[in-house]
Write a protein that binds this ligand. Structure first.
Ligand SMILES: [Zn+2]
Length: 120
């Protein structure tokens, strides 16, 4: 994830990315993952869910699935990530949404938050 982090850190937080930025994303993460993540970002599919005690996770809506992501681990509940242990489009979309401030936001109570995480 070291190269990935360098690329992510180099992206302007305005979201005004040129061809070099997009090419770097495609090289580091694969073209299909980069394109899918950019589509998720465009659809504003990323929500930061805040729970009790300052804990949070990210939820990504992808084709009517709601995937739970912890980008710093990195971890995602999608099949691609579980089977291949790779950075999937959801984790990349969360990083891009954080970078550009394009996260939706939701506050959950303790019961809902813990019940959701218990099901991951
Ligand atoms: Zn995923």
């Amino acid at each position: 994830m070291q190269w990935a982090q360098i690329i992510l850190d180099s992206l302007p937080s305005t979201g005004q990315w040129n061809d070099n930025h997009l090419h770097a994303l495609a090289v580091v993460f694969s073209p299909s993952i980069a394109i899918a993540a950019l589509n998720l970002l465009e659809r504003e599919a990323v929500t930061r869910v805040d729970g009790p005690c300052g804990r949070n996770f990210y939820q990504v809506e992808d084709d009517r699935d709601f995937l739970t992501c912890f980008p710093s681990v990195p971890y995602c509940t999608c099949v691609g990530h579980r089977e291949q242990q790779m950075v999937c489009q959801h984790i990349l979309a969360v990083h891009l949404a954080i970078r550009t401030g394009r996260c939706n936001w939701s506050k959950w109570n303790q019961m809902d938050f813990l019940n959701h995480l218990a099901g991951c």
